[in-house]
Design a binder for this molecule. Sequence first.
Ligand code: PLP
Length: 389
Amino acid sequence: MKEKTGMILAHAGEEYDQYFNAIVPPVFMNSLNIFPTVDEYYDSDKRDKHTYCYGRVQNPTVRILEEKITELEKGVESYVFSSGMAAATAAVLTACSCGGHVVCIRTAYGPLKDFLQNYCREHMNVRTTFIDGDDPKEIEEVLEDDTQLLVLESPSSVVFRVQDIKKAAEAAHAKGALVYIDNTFCTPIYQNPLELGADFVMHTASKYLGGHSDIIGGSLTVKDPELGKRVRTIREQIGSIIGPMEGWLMMRGLRTLEVRVKEHGKTALAVAQYLEQHPKVKKVYYTGLASHPQHELIEKQQSGHTGLLSFELDSTTQEAKEFCQALRIFKIGVSWGGFESLVMMPYAREDEETCKKMGAGQNVIRIHCGLEGTENLIEDLEQAFQQVF
Ligand SMILES: *Cc1c(COP(=O)(O)O)cnc(C)c1O
């Protein structure tokens, strides 16, 4: 099966004879395509992959990229957007109508929660119920007859809570709701939520899909062509397609997705194990550790783990900040999924009540294990411990 993945990354969607048999497709840096006659313009099927009309609708470079993502996620159609948030909001706008209801996990991506709680509530009268989501029964209980969308992120940052995608999707579908899942952490290499019942799978390309910390982009993959048509319409009307250059860079990033995530995961596991045995560390949050409270479910629905993890020190928030600042290789920064190691304290300014709901203390430290080498990263953590404690 993994043999197939390598083939998708290298060759899926490519039509070499369409661009002089170049091994790499060009960046189609055009805003429009021309037609020989007026009628051929009107008769063209703009969903056909050989008919392009206008760059806000579709672009040949972007289309190749989308075919790769569709095959990776075992879907039917994918659309690539100018950001992960553009993809996420397109899914919400596709699924929700005025007066509807959304169920969303509490540890979902912050700006998406803000969009639901603010824009969708104020302008569409959409109600959102936030839940932990660890227990499928909890999901079942909050679904209502008019629930239109269930928003999942499994695992979700910062404490890597996991939802049972299959059970959650069954419960949502019984109420007629669609299921959206942010699959950014696992990437399509380690989890394929469409096969478990999800309707929309979202990725942000600023993380592993791009992998080089040089682009912003996002994707939505669906398995229902009718739903795909609606997603495509929203993207066209809002005008949120990715630019051809970013699309091309995302495709270049994808070529090495599998080898990169394997390496990130290998390093993260070694770092997590190192931290777990360290006397100054109270708790480590990583899906690859057997100590994860949902280990059994993780083994069932994920086939691997990538490079992001969190830990709590036996320390004050101030000492944790000093620890972050004592690191030399891990840079202080908000994203992850690129080649570089990063560190952040996502709850450093949250109050106690919020921290409790989100599952970790104010002093929790999140790190992304980059590609600088496992030994180097562990040495960096070790010297920071020695400096601060
Ligand atoms: C970064 C991130 C997003 C947002 O993606 P953008 O491309 O920045 O809009 C969404 N979900 C997760 C899990 C993320 O880490």
